[in-house]
Design a protein around this ligand. Structure first.
Ligand code: AMP
Length: 112
């Protein structure tokens, strides 16, 4: 099966500003940042979105949640927002599960 864009980035086949890597996930800077700090945290497993996660992915999901805090701390963020866009109407453009980590400015609520 054709690799997703984010699999190619995780495998270093497409360049990205990588900020974190381990055996289960990678984190890199968004190419079109919506905030001074905008990181994408991506599992190596190509789940299309959060709704596709199954019980067998529980450990991976927990690992991603724990890694959010680690990446945010390493970026110096004490205040930040995490976003998981799911589906076209929510603005998802890359069909590989990714968690946006946004910070470095005041973020409004509710989001658009
Ligand atoms: P979403 O709209 O939630 O699917 O988020 C996809 C994100 O991926 C967008 O914020 C894009 O700016 C970002 N993006 C797309 N291509 C790349 C790339 N090659 N490197 C880094 N970020 C990317």
């Amino acid at each position: 099966m054709e690799k997703t864009l984010f699999q190619k980035i995780a495998d270093h086949e497409i360049p990205a500003a990588m900020v974190y890597e381990d055996e289960l996930c990678v984190a890199f800077r968004d190419v079109a940042p919506a905030a001074p700090v905008h990181i994408l945290l991506v599992p190596r497993k190509p789940l299309p979105d959060i709704a596709a996660a199954a019980p067998e992915d529980a450990e991976l999901m927990a690992h991603l949640m724990l890694t959010v805090g680690r990446v945010a701390r390493e970026q110096g963020l004490s205040s930040f927002r995490t976003v998981l866009n799911t589906g076209a109407d929510a603005g998802q453009t890359v069909p590989h599960l990714h968690i946006h980590i946004l910070g470095g400015r005041k973020l409004e609520w509710p989001p658009g």
